[in-house]
Design a protein around this ligand. Structure first.
Ligand code: ATP
Ligand code: MG
Length: 300
């Protein structure tokens, strides 16, 4: 299967309605890959990740040298789906100067005094850089939709919190993202799709292994009780905000090696698609480089 066809498996097609239950969190290769045996697929995925990390490092250098485009990576997921590990692995080969990560938690008082996009606008990557949003404004149509009482703290003008309220938020997000794209930000969005069963396993590991205790939070177990509501909120958000200019990808997240390879592949292809080349040098610049060279060589 061609790489581009593989990537299509994970894309939420703009304008179409997907069902999350049609995306397998435990996906570990196509049928034809699985015939090779699990270990071989895993090995190939690791090599693929490595190849992509090298390409990503090159792509980032071009992005930096060109200085017109920025890349915004949005990562959304249920707890323990592997956002942190994905960031660590996928960005491991990238020059830290050209990359920035922001994690969005519950908003502060100051942030609640502004519209829900404000705090994210302030953290957008500048031209030449890759910015990662570890959670994002999508929380405002996810956790906030699952717990609408959070809206009481958002100091909004009165209106019905009905379907049209959420539709307007999706519209605002789409318009915001289109604005960013038109101004040179490439947006790549990932939903790391972990199963409820695998999440339980990972929580148990956090409880059972002392060196993982710090990762455990009792609140995460409470949130798990709202699993179905979250899946509904995710499904609605993915369908409403996967656009031609900023498509969503549903990445299988029960196997970490799959998640990392898929994210690295999609991100690298998205940057490649900009079609950057090393900036051309004018005749005059060439002349001045030659002069500088001559001067250096003629030093005592
Ligand atoms: P980890 O648990 O791996 O450290 P995390 O992203 O889950 O990472 P936490 O500090 O555990 O970080 O959780 C942040 C919480 O903030 C999440 O439950 C998220 O849903 C919540 N949050 C983010 N944005 C908003 C928002 N706009 N309104 C309300 N809650 C939000
Ligand atoms: Mg958490």
């Amino acid at each position: 299967m061609l790489e581009s066809e593989l990537i299509k498996l994970f894309r939420v097609p703009p304008g179409k309605k997907i069902r999350l239950k049609d995306f397998d969190p435990g996906w570990a290769g196509t049928k034809e890959m699985q015939e090779l045996g699990k270990d071989a697929v895993k090995q190939r995925a690791k090599e693929y990740l490595k190849e992509n990390l090298a390409e990503l490092a090159e792509a980032q250098e071009l992005l930096w040298a060109d200085d017109r485009y920025a890349v915004l990576v949005i990562l959304q997921a249920m707890d323990a789906a592997g956002k942190d590990g994905t960031i660590k692995h996928v960005m491991s080969g990238v020059n830290p100067q050209g990359c920035q990560v922001f994690s969005f938690k519950q908003p502060s008082h100051e942030e609640l005094d502004h519209n829900f996009l404000w705090r994210h606008m302030k953290r957008l990557p500048e031209r030449g850089r890759i910015g990662i949003f570890n959670r994002s404004y999508y929380e405002d149509v996810l956790i906030v939709k699952v717990h609408p009482e959070i809206l009481d703290g958002q100091k909004l003008p009165p209106s019905k919190r009905d379907k049209s309220f959420w539709r307007e938020r999706y519209e605002d997000i789409n318009a915001f993202e289109r604005h960013l794209v038109r101004n040179g930000t490439v947006i790549v969005k990932f939903f790391l799709n972990v199963s409820k069963k695998e999440q339980k396993q990972r929580f148990l590991e956090r409880l059972d292994e002392p060196e993982k205790h710090w990762k455990f939070s009792a609140g995460d177990v409470a949130e798990r009780e709202h699993w179905n509501n979250y899946m509904e909120a995710y499904e609605d958000a993915l369908n409403a905000t996967s656009t031609e200019w900023a498509p969503w990808h549903v990445v299988p997240a029960d196997h970490k090696w799959v998640t990392r390879a898929v994210v690295a592949g999609i991100l690298t292809r998205a940057i490649d698609a900009i079609g950057l080349r090393h900036p051309a040098i004018s005749k005059e610049q060439q002349k001045s480089l030659a002069e500088a060279r001559k001067k250096l060589l003629n030093e005592d």
